[in-house]
Design a binder for this molecule. Structure first.
Ligand code: UD1
Length: 416
């Protein structure tokens, strides 16, 4: 089992160039299924989740070539509509292929994606919306069989602005008959990136980034190439890494607008941040201030995918902070691990109260999920002594060369 060993106390300094966004790559790779032609997707991060998506596309019959220019998918050779169970289990977001396969073949078969480390993750909104578009869905023995003689545009009111459901509907609607309107759509930047890809391929979609997305179905999609947006969560994680180590780090190749909620909350901790174009400089301070209330929300609110990293930072703030996790249930497991390092954290359902301590101490801890794992690494960078972070396969799902970048910035971190 691989693990990170971190000797805390080094201030990070230097520059980091931000890689492409995992949560944009995955739905766009799924979208390449629709055209039945070639798509070249560039600015791809080397991540386990992307490898899983590539494996799924290959298992469906697509020709996939991951080279230095990006990933070239030729989906003309796809000859299956069944998603392999073990891969669906490995990556829950593979359900995004449901909308894409329905658009292309009018059929998709998959095992029901179970819960995951961050609590139950239902797909009722996906299924309800697809049914509105004319999809008949049979659920039996843990399997989903989705079939549509014809996909029709629909007026869909989402009960919650789910990212995955919004994407699945966009994919299913791209070549459906008629126009689909999604109200209360998710507004995440990754949704805009999906719209951009689909429109380059000949789709007629507008409104991504707002709460109302309109998709006019087209007959077919074409060959195209697309460059993925930078990963705002990776950027946010390195921003916290600079803050927690009182370091000074310059982040390049990012979209500052996507980071506004993270910047605002980091400034509340006293961290100095300046931005210029597509660059951000973060300078950590000795006395980190607590945050009265950090509430996770759908974009443009504060992202749930940055909650764990902020919990690590707030563990050594002066004073008491409150985190209210409103997006996912059961997303505080990293709190128990941080407590092993000396953090004072109490959780009550979706609320965590963090009483800042003077310092964290190195300990043996385990990543329980992707972002929670990254938070433990950040805590280790600031802790006194040596921290061992186990189960790092979770972290590798979302960070491309995490420890090598941190090492380059001056961290004492080893992969063993
Ligand atoms: C995506 C991101 C994930 C991020 C999350 C929220 C990808 C691959 N993953 O996940 O990193 O943490 O957005 O920003 O892009 N829900 C339902 N029924 C549904 C769908 C969702 O109740 O049918 C609930 C979920 O349980 C959760 C909330 O809605 O409580 C948000 O989920 P959603 O926005 O769908 O997240 P994902 O698309 O799974």
């Amino acid at each position: 089992m691989k693990k990170y060993i971190i000797k805390g106390g080094n201030r990070l300094s230097g520059e980091v160039s931000i890689s492409g966004a995992k949560n944009a790559v995955l739905p766009i790779l799924a979208a390449t299924v629709i055209s039945g032609k070639s798509s070249l997707i560039s600015n791809i991060p080397r991540l386990k989740d992307v490898e899983v998506m590539v494996a799924i596309l290959k298992s469906l019959g697509a020709e996939v070539d991951w080279g230095i220019d990006g990933i070239l998918v030729n989906s003309s050779t796809i000859n299956s509509v069944s998603l392999p169970e073990e891969l669906v289990r490995e990556m829950r977001s593979s359900i995004i292929l449901m909308g894409a396969l329905l658009a292309r073949f009018g059929e998709a078969k998959l095992s029901y994606p179970g819960g995951c480390e961050i609590g139950p993750r239902p797909i009722d909104l996906h299924l309800k919306s697809l049914r509105q578009m004319g999809v008949v869905i049979e659920e039996a023995h843990g399997y989903l069989h989705c079939k549509a003689a014809e996909l029709n545009g629909a007026d869909i009111q989402l009960d919650y602005p789910s990212v995955g459901a919004t994407e699945n509907i966009m994919l299913a609607a791209a070549t459906a008959k008629g126009t689909t309107v999604i109200r209360n759509a998710a507004r995440e930047p990754e949704i805009i990136d999906l719209q951009d890809y689909l429109n380059k391929a000949g789709g007629k979609i507008k409104g991504a980034g707002t709460s109302i997305i309109t998709i006019e179905g087209v007959k077919t999609l074409y060959e195209c190439s697309h460059n993925i947006i930078p990963d705002r969560i990776v950027a946010g994680t390195f921003m916290v890494a600079a803050a927690i180590t009182q370091g000074e780090v310059v982040l390049k190749n990012l979209v500052v607008e996507h980071l506004q909620s993270i910047i605002a909350k980091l400034r509340e901790t006293g961290t100095y941040i300046e931005s210029d174009g597509n660059l951000i400089r973060v300078v950590g301070v000795q006395n980190i201030s607590s945050i009265e209330m950090l509430q996770t929300l759908p974009y443009p609110g504060f992202p749930t995918d940055m909650q764990a990293q902020f919990m690590a930072l707030l563990s050594i703030a002066k004073g008491t902070s409150i985190i209210n996790e409103t997006v996912f249930e059961n997303r505080f497991k990293h709190g128990e691990e941080l407590a092993r390092m000396g953090a004072h954290i109490k959780t009550f359902g979706k609320v965590a109260v963090i009483k800042g301590v003077n310092e964290l101490t190195g300990a043996k801890v385990y990543a329980r999920d992707l972002r929670g794992g990254a938070a433990l690494v950040l805590a280790g960078l600031a802790a006194k002594g040596s921290t061992e972070v186990g189960n790092i396969h979770h972290i590798e799902r979302g960070y491309d060369g995490f420890h090598t970048t941190l090492h380059r910035l001056g961290a004492d971190i080893q992969l063993v």
